[in-house]
Write a protein that binds this ligand. Structure first.
Ligand SMILES: Nc1nc2c(ncn2[C@@H]2O[C@H](COP(=O)(O)OP(=O)(O)OP(=O)(O)O)[C@@H](O)[C@H]2O)c(=O)[nH]1
Ligand SMILES: [Zn+2]
Length: 371
């Protein structure tokens, strides 16, 4: 049973510090230290449309045993960071609460500097690590994020772009890729596929062979270069996604060349979906494309994560329990168009109240009906 939703003001819950690193003991520490100055750190950009499976891929990479120290930079929408936090990775039972989040928009636009700062932060504060994984939001333009590595020359000296991995949602990928944008703008999903060095067609469990075939053909028509793999839960061998060296001189393919052939397009407006049957105060259809949230279920100690993509929803137990003394507050993040927070909040509370009525209606729980 969900208690009424309380708006939880976002607090700066996360320290300005960088994310915890995966603690791996290295045997020849001093030897490795000397080599550090010449070893450049690879950065892999993980992109893909809203809900495609990026975070699932990051969780998987961080939990697989690979003897690497990996720093993850998450860039998620949302008022607070509770939702992503509860997706934090645990390795050997240890929870990584320190996911560094970049706020207010996607990395490739308003918080571009923070993106650089986040990486520089990592380089200084936490010493050397083997790899940086950068998740963009589902609406980001990976080209703008990737070209960021040329913007800051000194940063470029320590790290190099290893590759762009694009996760595509098998169920909705075709819809996203074929969506018409006003005056011929390239839509985000197409740009993300066009710039990919590796494309993971994820969630193959949700589609038929025929649908998958159509998606494969469309992807190939957009990007003839990138490698394409098909996955469930974004699982694939790490060697397919790390150390791609996609932009090393030896590979000869420069990102700039790639960027040229995908015409630049300010990305943006957020198309949404949902059943389109709720209007906002101006009478326009509210549409949701992505929903992520934390909800409290009566008698369940764990925080429950609710995820919505189009009309698909998933409710899963997080690894984080509500603190005994803390008040349980549900927190939902909607990404969409024409959204009206008050109406959504009212709908949520009504839904909770209705369910409460149903379950406590007379006779429902064995209680005798009123005389
Ligand atoms: N059925 C199915 N669900 C999956 C698969 N991979 C991921 N999911 C679910 O899809 C939802 C979204 O996955 P995420 O990894 O959060 O997607 P994301 O790309 O990080 O989403 P945003 O960061 O919000 O854009 C979650 O509920 C996942 O559990 C899959 O292969 N099959
Ligand atoms: Zn994510």
């Amino acid at each position: 049973m969900l208690p009424a939703m309380k708006t939880v003001e976002a607090e700066e819950e996360y320290a300005e510090d960088c994310p915890e690193l995966v603690p791996i003991e290295t045997k020849h520490q001093e030897k490795e230290e000397n080599l550090d100055f010449i070893i450049k750190i690879p950065v892999t950009i993980v992109t893909g449309y809203l809900g495609a499976g990026k975070t699932t891929l990051l969780n998987y990479i961080l939990t697989e045993q690979h003897n690497r120290k990996i720093a993850v930079i998450l860039n998620e929408f949302g008022e607070g960071n509770a939702v992503e936090k509860s997706l934090a990775v645990s390795q050997g039972g240890e929870l990584y609460e320190e996911w560094l989040e970049l706020r207010n928009g996607c990395l490739c636009c308003s918080v571009k500097d923070n993106g650089l700062k986040a990486i520089e932060n990592l380089m200084q504060k936490k010493g050397k690590f083997d790899y940086i994984l950068l998740e963009t939001t589902g609406l980001a333009d990976p080209g703008a994020v990737a070209s960021m590595f040329w913007v800051d020359a000194e940063l470029g000296s320590d790290i190099y772009l290893d590759g762009i991995i694009t996760v595509v949602d098998s169920k909705y990928g075709l819809k996203h890729l074929t969506e018409e944008k006003p005056d011929g703008l390239v839509n985000e999903a197409t740009r993300q596929v066009a710039l990919a060095d590796m494309i993971l067609i994820n969630k193959t469990d949700l589609v038929s062979e025929e649908e998958l075939n159509k998606l494969r053909t469309t992807i190939r028509s957009i990007n003839g270069l990138g490698k394409v793999l098909e996955t469930q839960r974004s699982r694939t061998h790490l060697s397919n996604i790390l150390d791609l060296h996609a932009y090393d001189t030896l590979s000869g393919i420069s990102l700039q060349k790639k960027l040229q052939h995908v015409s630049t397009a300010p990305h943006l407006d957020q198309n949404l979906l949902w059943e389109k049957n709720v209007k906002n105060k101006d009478g326009r259809c509210m549409e949701v494309i992505r929903l992520k949230g934390l909800v409290s279920i009566k008698d369940k100690p764990q925080q429950m994560i609710v995820q919505g993509i189009h009309e698909l929803y998933e409710l899963e137990e997080s690894r984080v329990n509500w603190k005994d003394d803390a008040e349980r507050a549900c927190q939902l993040v909607f990404i969409g168009k024409n959204l009206d927070k008050d109406i959504l909040q009212q709908l949520f509370i009504t839904a909770v109240a209705e369910t409460k009525e149903q379950t406590t209606a007379p006779g429902q729980d064995g209680a005798c009906p009123p005389h």
